[in-house]
Design a protein around this ligand. Structure first.
Ligand code: MG
Ligand code: MG
Length: 294
């Protein structure tokens, strides 16, 4: 229901009103299910997730030839498909693939280390090519270099994930880092690296990155998330950088939302990322201010 809620909240019209030629390619259908097995018996929906990963990877790969794909979900396991499809495209273009991961969680469990069995906790480990996925998930054509990943907003990390972060050298800016330094220097340093490498930048936005007080429509609410302004500032900086090639918006659960306000916030954040500015918004009290580009 997440994609439907984002459509209802006006995502496509918002992008069109910003001047983008926007196509809604509809809901993706999963590939035919294969029989797959892994010794960790706790894994939930394994065959379904593998089938979805195959289809999403292909769709993201194809869409990246035509423009800026925005993949809306749904479970964060979506990113197992989107990131591997998009990284494959970048590799074929001979360009480095970078990921900005906005989430309360690093989602770097492997199929072996997860104790919840929730596959929304594994996409980053899979896309980096960590072991345990072979012969279960589709092969990863172009594993993501952990040094090209920057995570922000992290505030819930399991012990096994902490070990992956340590061993791989992933950049993780937890909420304390944001509290102490603010988002600007943390994001700016990463964007400079992407730019210096002439890299392709993918952004993966999990709703639980945001504080549950402003974004209640998610199944994994963790207090102490990013504020409204921190989130918009990140999106505005990303737009200014001109570096973003693709985006995931995931984990919206409209059944847990409060009269659609999480969906509307997400549409607003995507609009910020795509270039909407506060002064462009028609409001009654500011109606006399002409648009800067008018
Ligand atoms: Mg996540
Ligand atoms: Mg999360």
């Amino acid at each position: 229901m997440g994609p439907s809620a984002l459509r209802t909240a006006g995502l496509v019209n918002e992008l069109r009103s910003l001047g983008y030629d926007t196509q809604d390619r509809g809901n993706i259908q999963p590939a035919p299910q294969r029989s797959v097995h892994h010794p960790n018996a706790i894994l939930k929906g394994l065959a379904e997730t593998v089938a979805w990963t195959e289809a999403i990877a292909q769709a993201a790969y194809e869409a990246s030839a035509d423009g800026v794909p925005i993949c809306i979900g749904g479970d964060h396991s979506l990113s197992a498909g989107s990131m591997t499809g998009l990284a494959r495209r970048a590799a074929e273009q001979g360009r480095a693939f970078f990921v900005l991961w906005l989430d309360a969680h690093p989602d770097v469990h492997t199929l072996t280390t997860t104790t919840s069995g929730n596959l929304h906790g594994v996409p980053m480990a899979y896309a980096m090519g960590l072991s345990s996925f072979e012969n279960v998930f589709p092969p990863v054509a172009a594993p993501i270099d952990p040094l090209n990943v920057c995570m922000m907003g992290i505030r819930s990390v399991d012990a096994a994930e902490r070990e992956v972060v340590r061993a791989t050298g992933l950049t993780v800016h937890d909420m304390r880092a944001i509290d102490e330094q603010g988002v600007v220097p943390l994001l700016d340093a990463f964007l400079k690296r992407v730019s210096a490498a002439d890299g392709v930048l993918h952004v993966s936005l999990d709703v639980d990155f945001l504080d549950p007080a402003i974004a209640p429509g998610v199944g994994t609410t963790i207090p102490g998330g990013a504020t409204f302004r921190e989130a918009h500032l990140i999106m505005e900086m990303l737009h200014d950088s001109g570096l973003v090639s693709s985006l995931d918006v995931v984990e919206l659960n409209p059944f847990l939302d409060d009269r659609g306000r999480t969906a509307i916030l997400l549409v607003d954040l995507v609009a910020s990322l795509m270039g909407r500015r506060v002064l462009d918004r028609p409001t009654q009290s500011l109606g006399y201010i002409s648009k800067p580009d008018a």
